[in-house]
Write a protein that binds this ligand. Structure first.
Ligand SMILES: [Ca+2]
Length: 104
């Protein structure tokens, strides 16, 4: 399997791993999301590169339909925002780190 295919499968697997911990199997509750963030998005290799503003922005956009739960659609957009933040931090150097993500 290609790296990109693996990445897509990983996104789905991680979502399911955390979303199925309570009765709502297709939604991440705030507790499940906090657990996911603490265990899956706290490594120094990632956190050191992506500006906390980008992470905060991604979290604030998470619950698009304001039902207190994160569905896969919302989760995938959250990951896209983080991926963009990581890309910008890696490709454009420190000078651009503090700026919010803009459409490209
Ligand atoms: Ca759930």
């Amino acid at each position: 399997m290609s790296n990109l295919e693996k990445a897509i499968l990983c996104m789905v697997d991680v979502f399911e791993q955390y979303a199925t911990k309570d009765d709502k199997k297709h939604q991440l509750s705030s507790a499940e999301l906090a657990d996911l963030m603490n265990k899956e998005l706290a490594g120094p290799e990632f956190k050191g590169k992506v500006d906390t503003d980008v992470i905060d922005e991604a979290i604030s956009k998470l619950d698009k339909n304001h039902d207190g739960e994160t569905n896969f659609r919302e989760f995938s957009m959250f990951l896209a925002t983080l991926a963009r933040g990581y890309y910008r931090a890696t490709k454009k150097g420190k000078g651009n780190k503090g700026k919010p993500a803009k459409p490209e």
